[in-house]
Each structure stands twice: as C-alpha cells, then as structure tokens.
Ligand binder design. Structure first.
Ligand SMILES: Nc1ncnc2c1ncn2[C@@H]1O[C@H](COP(=O)(O)OP(=O)(O)OP(=O)(O)O)[C@@H](O)[C@H]1O
Ligand SMILES: Nc1ncnc2c1ncn2[C@@H]1O[C@H](COP(=O)(O)OP(=O)(O)OP(=O)(O)O)[C@@H](O)[C@H]1O
Ligand SMILES: [Mg+2]
Ligand SMILES: [Mg+2]
Lengths: 252, 252
C-alpha cells in the first residue's frame, strides 16, 4: 500500500518520463490505484497524459510553495484509476523560492502524506538534475527507480547517482531504498550489450528482468497525449511496459 | 574572432554534448583554434574527449567559485587546436555556492574575458536545466545553439527556451543572439519529418541546413574518449558534423 517511487536520473533523455507515464498507465489498467506526480518544470508527464499544462488552475508548484492541499490539485486522466499532479514552467521558480523555506527538502513528502493512503502506487517523475526539486522527490519516496539508457554517457553517471541516493538515505530519508535499475532504449548493438552486461554484473538482481527496447511508437504516443497501451497495444513498447508492471506487482 | 557559443537546451538527452564535442573537433581539424568549456557537472564533454574528469588538478568549479584563472585550468586534448576546461561533480555545488556571490551570473563571462582573444571559437556545453550554471553560460555567450531532437517532448520545450533566451537578452546579456537550431537524431519516421517541417516553418533560416541523423557510431565514440572524426571518419555522424562545421564557417 502506498509505495512512493521516485523515477530519477540526472542524465537527460534516458526515459524517465516515458517510464513514469507508461508504467503508471499499465498498473492502472491492471486495477491498481495510481497517482503520477510531475516534478519536472518541463511538464512532459502532464502533456504525455493529454493534459494542457498551461490551462490547469492549480499545479504542483502551489502545493510545494503555498501549501495548497494536493487533493485540490490532482487532475483526472483518460484512465479511471490514474490521477496526475500536473506541472508547468512555474515549478522552475521553486528551485529558488524553496531555498529560504522551512523544511525545504520535505515539502513534497508533507504534501503526499495526506493523500497517500488512497493509492497503491505513487510515481514521481523527476527532472534531469540533482537540485532541490529532485531532492524533494528523493525525500518523499520509499524507493527509487533509475531508468538507464544503454549508452556510455548514461552509464558514466550511474555511480554518482547511487552515491547521492546513499547520502539521502544516511541523512534526510532513512527509508529510501533502490527499488531497481531499468534498462531502456535497448538496441542489438555491441554498446547496448556491453552496458547490459556491465550493469547486471555490478548490480545483480537490483536490475529489473524487463528491458525496454528502443521502439519508435513510444516516442510517437506523447504527441497524441496517450500512454502506449492506448496508442498501440501490440507494439514492442507496450509489451515491455506491461511486462514491467507485472514484475513490479510480483516484487511487491 | 572569439565567437562564444552556448550549446543549450533544458530538455535532456537531445545531443548537446555530442554536438559540443564533435563540432569542436571538426573545427579544430579545419585549423580553427577552439576551446570547449564543460559547464555540466556530469562532465560528459570532458570524458568524451578522453580526459579523466576525476584526475584533473583544476576544473571549471575553481574558476567560477575561487577565481582561479582559466589559463591554469585549460587541459590539452588529443588535438592540437582544441583545449578543454574540464568539469566533474564538484561543479554541482556551484548551483548553491554561487547564489550568495557578487555578480553570480557573470562569473563565467569574467573568466573567459582574459583568454577569449586566443580562440576562434569557444563552445560551452550546458547541463539540462535553466539554473544558475546554465545562466552563466547564456550570459557569457554571444550566441546560443539549440540542439533539438526530432521528437515530441523536445519540440514542446522549444518555445520556453526561446523565451528564456529573450529574457537574458533583455536583461543580463544584450549581445545574446540565437545562433541557430540544430536538428538531431533524425530518423526517416513520420514524427521526425513532422518535427523538421514544423521547426523550419516557424524558425526559417535560423535552422541549420545540416541535420544530424541518428547514427550509432556517435554513441559508440565517447566510450573510446574520441570525437567521431577519430573513431569513424566514414560514418554518417562524422559527415554530418563536418558539414555543420563548414556551415558554421560560412555563416561567420
Ligand atoms: N524505449 C524508447 N524507444 C524510443 N524512444 C524512446 C524510448 N523511451 C523514450 N523515448 C523517447 O526518447 C526521448 C527521451 O525520453 P524521455 O523524455 O522519457 O526521457 P527523460 O529521461 O524523461 O528526459 P528528461 O531528462 O528531459 O526528463 C523522448 O522523446 C521519448 O519519446
Ligand atoms: N545523432 C545521434 N545518433 C545516435 N546517438 C546519439 C546521437 N547524438 C547523441 N547520441 C547519443 O544519445 C545520448 C544523448 O546525447 P547527449 O548526451 O549528447 O545529449 P545531451 O543533450 O548532452 O544530454 P544531457 O541533457 O544529459 O546533457 C548519448 O548517449 C549520445 O551518445
Ligand atoms: Mg522527463
Ligand atoms: Mg550533455
């Protein structure tokens, strides 16, 4: 009940948002009650679920900075079991505004506290940085899921991210665990195979069995504001995220 | 003489570092004197040129926070005409430490002032965010190059980035121009074609003629610490960056 999972990696473009949107949708389709928190000022998770981020009356910024209760901000999506806390560029201001505030790293944790009992899973889509906004995600979370693109630069940043997670666990959030590493954008190339072999050797069963292949339908679906299971259920991308959802449920 | 070009986009994984490393190398191979400034705490541009970012005695952090002169930090690379100002995770601390400092947005501009006459091109590889570190890059620059992945989420963030550039021009750096938008990771898909058509319609000749194709050799080269022209000169990736270098020179 109420697993709060931050989807984080300071390396950009590794599939954080694609994972947040599609894993949430697959678990919701399987009857779980899911909340997706968009913690990125880019607001990609918000638009990936078909919501106009500039038309919402309230967004996550209002909860973090002005203490508006999340239940007044959560927006419905095309799926009954899936709610979203939308974001837009206003959230970028929070990086500076939170600096002077009390318990600045705990704002999201406190906001989620009131509503977390209503959900089976809460996913937090983090921006590509390790600043105060992402820190709020790591402090609020019980677990971290690290999408890792099967490429050299992405692998390079992994040890630093694992170190940051350890620092947060030793300080601000003792309950924080590594939920797992998800290999994404896998192609049948030497580079991809080297990265997969490397990561499985070092991290063992902390790496999900499910590997997400590079699949163009995953990058087409957001332009229709739909998760992959609504855009193209038969695609390799949809099958991979459904397999990941099954793996999540069996690990619970 | 001394064009300072920030390579920036808050969207992650769009090809900022790949462009910074390979365009720098192509211009250096054509006899231009080039400096690459790694403004990203991930230090990908540093390792992309074969330098061990954790073994350097000085890094960009020392110039921004402790006023160490850049000429004492610049490291040689495998190419005679190409120098790099290396970075590593220490730079992440600057986001907080710079907040209290005098002229915090101008630190990089002042550091570059002393050495800029020695280079024909200075490229600044920015991290995927619009915080104080990236702002230093935009204030120091005369032009901004925006790598734009031919995908939906990347296109979504473009108008916000153009607005940020305008704000910087109206305030901190009146000389800042949009040097151009570079279309990257192009594939023969409907999505890529739609993005290219869309961007060319809205931005006209601000979009470089050269389009960088998705090409796996570009993602293999960094694991050998080499620019693409040293790793595989015959590849589509190398041809594309050489064409971009020719276009840069003819635009000058
Ligand atoms: N498995 C995949 N196959 C093909 N394309 C993908 C896949 N996963 C993600 N993409 C596409 O790659 C791009 C980067 O993915 P995404 O935006 O989800 O990454 P991110 O880590 O959230 O990026 P950021 O760091 O900017 O937040 C997007 O355009 C997305 O549509
Ligand atoms: N044209 C291309 N074809 C294939 N792969 C590419 C291409 N350009 C870049 N890549 C690969 O895609 C990944 C993202 O590129 P890169 O790291 O240069 O983007 P970035 O914008 O600098 O990312 P960040 O936002 O994290 O700084 C890297 O693994 C890189 O090797
Ligand atoms: Mg994202
Ligand atoms: Mg980069």
């Amino acid at each position: 009940m109420g697993d709060i999972i931050a989807i984080a990696n300071q390396k950009g473009g590794v599939g954080k948002t694609t994972t947040a949107v599609n894993l949430s949708a697959c678990l919701a389709a399987a009857g779980r009650r899911v909340l997706l928190v968009d913690l990125d000022p880019q607001g990609n998770a918000t638009s990936g679920l078909g919501i106009d981020k500039n038309a919402v009356t309230h967004s996550l910024y209002d909860a973090l900075v002005d203490d508006v209760p999340l239940r007044d901000i959560i927006a419905p999506t095309l799926m009954e079991n899936l709610g979203i806390v939308p974001s837009n560029k206003q959230l970028a201001g929070a990086n500076v505004e939170l600096v002077e505030m009390e318990e600045r790293e705990h704002r999201l944790r406190r906001s989620l506290h009131e509503i977390k009992e209503s959900y089976d899973y809460i996913f937090v889509d983090c921006p590509p940085s390790l600043g105060l906004i992402t820190l709020n995600g790591l402090v609020a979370a019980t677990g971290v899921m690290i999408p890792l693109q099967c490429e050299y630069y992405a692998l390079e940043g992994l040890s630093e991210l694992l170190q940051t997670i350890k620092l947060v666990r030793d300080g601000l959030n003792p309950a924080l665990q590594l939920h797992g590493v998800l290999l994404t954008m896998y192609q049948h190339t030497n580079l991809s195979e080297q990265v997969v072999a490397d990561v499985r050797t070092h991290l063992g069963e902390k790496v999900y069995e499910t590997v997400i292949p590079r699949n163009v339908t995953l990058s087409e679906a957001p332009s229709f504001g739909k998760p992959i299971i609504f855009y193209d259920l038969k695609s390799a991308g949809a099958r991979a995220y459904l397999a990941l959802a099954r793996e999540m449920v069996s690990r619970a």
